[in-house]
Design a protein around this ligand. Structure first.
Ligand SMILES: Nc1nc2c(c(=O)[nH]1)N[C@H]1C(S)=C(S)[C@@H](COP(=O)(O)O)O[C@H]1N2
Ligand SMILES: [Mo]
Length: 424
């Protein structure tokens, strides 16, 4: 495999070709793949079998999410729960751990940090003679390495999915999140690059495959195995953190205790929780999470569209939908805006359904890979039902459109969200 695969674009193109080749060897035509995906049957699951099982055993007992989910902070969706945006009006730049959204494919596992080990293996490592077939790190080993703090946002690729139905009349398959599948925290841990270098990563490595210790994901009668999603080596060696702290305390069970990845700017699925092992490979790797899901499918996308990487530009109001704004009195609307690629340049607000826009005031930190807070004064003069529209633009000029092309799984909804309010 050529070194060119370390370059992200070449890499993605090569991977798309490999996917197409795999589809052929597995007897699935391009049209057939579309149909499969349309009916949400993850038949292309798998990829090559894993070299070895994870060492630490995880048990699952009790409810899928461990922490309390009070109705004033969360909207629950089975194994997932989204943060209520109106509850963020009261909090600072970071979302406190007890309000941070949870996205679990199965359930939060119980992991004993004393026996937990991170196992790094694969043909992309040069292992010391006599070192066996893998390098292992205990939690104590990781904590001995120099730590780094990283304020970063994690957002589910499906965040905002419900607006495909609600605003565009085309419901998408999956959890019907409003906008609360997102949060910013201050993470602390060890750069993934440090752990990969210490494990002996070679120049020939192109893909890194982190895998969680939570239960296998079974869907439609098909066992997809453990949650795992290949990361190009460029990204893995860039800004990815192996986090063991969230907002100054050990990672809570629901957020990946004892160690998770934090992959800044990328779709949340990249930030694998309850990390158990990392394969380092000289060939592109596949899993259901970069083949049959977390890619764009649908009539507006090519069948070999690449795996999703960065999140788009979005914004949200810290206000309940249908909130009552007092007639003739000044009210300050607040919210946040973010982009998977850059800091936020400006946020504009319209109270006349897009006819005119006015700039909101950004305040506080405005970090790439996290979010910017903003406020906007309104003094409503006509009673009745209105809408507040918010449009953010990032430092690279990406803006929120008024609508976005449909995709089957409803990923990356970045259009302006029309927020209903009542003036009375
Ligand atoms: N092992 C594992 N990692 C995982 C998941 C999972 O189900 N299992 N869900 C992913 C998805 S889809 C998202 S959006 C984020 C959510 O992180 P959070 O629950 O800490 O908010 O974790 C990712 N990491
Ligand atoms: Mo997600």
């Amino acid at each position: 495999m050529s070194d060119d695969l370390r370059d992200e674009e070449t890499y993605l193109a090569a991977r798309a070709e490999q996917l197409a080749a795999r589809m052929e060897t597995e007897g699935v035509s391009r049209k057939g793949l579309l149909q499969l995906v349309g009916s949400a049957l993850p038949l292309l699951a798998g990829g090559k079998p894993l070299a070895a099982p994870a060492p630490a055993a995880a048990r699952t007992v009790g409810p899928p999410i461990r922490k309390p989910l009070p109705a004033e902070w969360f909207v629950p969706f089975g194994t997932n729960a989204e943060t209520r945006w109106d509850s963020l009006a009261e909090v600072g730049y970071e979302v406190p751990n007890d309000r941070f959204f949870v996205r679990n494919h199965t359930a939060t596992p119980t992991i004993d940090h004393r026996t937990w080990r991170l196992r790094v293996f694969g043909d992309g490592l040069r292992l010391r003679p006599g070192a066996g077939d893998a390098v292992e790190f205990s939690l104590r080993d990781l904590k001995r390495l120099r730590s780094r703090k990283l304020t970063a946002l994690i957002e589910c690729a499906g965040n905002g999915r419900s607006f495909f139905a609600g605003q565009q009349g085309t419901p998408a398959y999956g959890t019907q999140w409003a906008l609360g599948g997102v949060g910013v925290a201050e993470w602390r841990g060890v750069p993934l690059s440090e752990v990969l270098e210490r494990s002996g990563i070679t120049k020939a490595a192109v893909d890194v495959l982190p895998q969680g210790l939570d239960a296998n994901v079974v869907t439609g009668g098909v066992d997809l195995g453990k949650v795992r999603r290949p990361l190009p080596v460029d990204k893995a060696l860039d800004d990815v953190l192996l986090a063991y702290e969230m907002n100054g305390v050990p990672l809570p069970p629901d957020h990946g205790f004892p160690v998770r990845l934090v992959v800044p700017g990328w779709v949340g699925i990249a930030s694998v929780k309850w990390l158990g092992q990392i394969e380092v490979s000289t060939r592109p790797l596949f899993s259901p999470w970069n083949t049959t899901s977390y890619r764009m499918f649908g009539p507006d996308y090519p069948v070999d569209a690449p795996p999703l990487t960065n999140q788009p530009v979005k914004s949200a109001l810290e206000l309940p939908r249908g909130a009552v704004l007092p007639l003739g009195r000044r009210t300050t609307l607040t919210g946040r805006a973010w982009s998977g690629t850059a800091a936020i340049r400006r946020v504009e607000v319209s109270t006349d359904r897009g006819a005119t826009w006015a700039a909101a005031k950004l305040y506080g930190p405005n970090r790439p890979g996290a979010w910017a807070r903003w406020k906007f004064d309104v003094e409503p003069r006509s009673p009745g039902e209105h809408e507040v529209w918010v449009c953010a633009t990032d430092e690279e000029g990406r803006s929120q459109p008024l609508s976005v092309p449909f995709n089957t799984f409803g990923y990356l909804y970045s259009a302006v969200v029309r927020h209903p309010v009542v003036v009375a």
